[in-house]
Design a protein around this ligand. Structure first.
Ligand SMILES: NC(=O)c1ccc[n+]([C@@H]2O[C@H](COP(=O)([O-])OP(=O)(O)OC[C@H]3O[C@@H](n4cnc5c(N)ncnc54)[C@H](OP(=O)(O)O)[C@@H]3O)[C@@H](O)[C@H]2O)c1
Length: 158
């Protein structure tokens, strides 16, 4: 299983239910990597998408304990076991913080966009550079958009 995430210098990923920043090159890469693959996400991350709607061209497997939550075009799972029974190995876990924490141990590849800046934040991704279970296998060149430098790193389970 795969994960994809954008982190700042402190491995922060969001604040007040929102992303820290939207980088269009990163959104394009997210689309290219995930298109055709099932997506796994939490109910709060779905709320950050335009109109709170699932992403097109991919199965959207949403976690929510709320029995009344039934967004159109998405498959809702009330617990992790039933979701995992339905999710194929080529799925991408796309957030947020709670779902990343729950599923990191089941993933073997994490696509990280490292933003070379820091923002006020209230949720974080585990620091993979401090975790011997993970190796930074591929590091891309430094890019820049909106005055923010960033680069892509692919981590694989050691
Ligand atoms: N930088 C990035 O790449 C990135 C990517 C994605 C998200 N984010 C950010 O992450 C933040 C959201 O993260 P979050 O941790 O607050 O929320 P989240 O992980 O998106 O969603 C949490 C919700 O998912 C449901 N859930 C989680 N585990 C479950 C389980 N085992 N069984 C059933 N339901 C489960 C619950 O929904 P109910 O409350 O409905 O029961 C829970 O409240 C936002 O700021 C967002 O912008 C950042």
């Amino acid at each position: 299983m795969n994960m994809i995430v954008a982190v700042d210098e402190n491995w922060a990923i969001g604040k007040g239910g929102e992303q820290l920043i939207y980088i269009s090159a990163d959104l394009k890469r997210f689309k290219a990597l995930t298109m055709g693959h099932p997506l796994i996400l939490g109910r709060k991350t779905l709320a950050t998408f335009p109109g709170g709607k699932p992403l097109k061209g991919r199965r959207n497997l949403i976690l929510s304990r709320n029995p009344d939550f039934a967004p159109e075009g998405a498959e809702v799972y009330r617990d992790m076991e039933s979701l995992l029974a339905d999710a194929s190995e080529d799925a991408f876990v796309i957030g947020g913080a709670e779902v990343y924490r729950e599923l990191l141990g089941r993933c073997d590849t994490v696509y990280v966009t490292k933003l070379h800046a820091a923002w006020p934040a209230d949720c974080w991704f585990p620091n993979l550079d401090e975790d011997p279970a993970w190796i930074a296998e591929e590091e891309g060149e430094v890019l820049e958009e909106q005055g923010v430098e960033f680069h892509y790193v692919t981590y694989r389970k050691a």
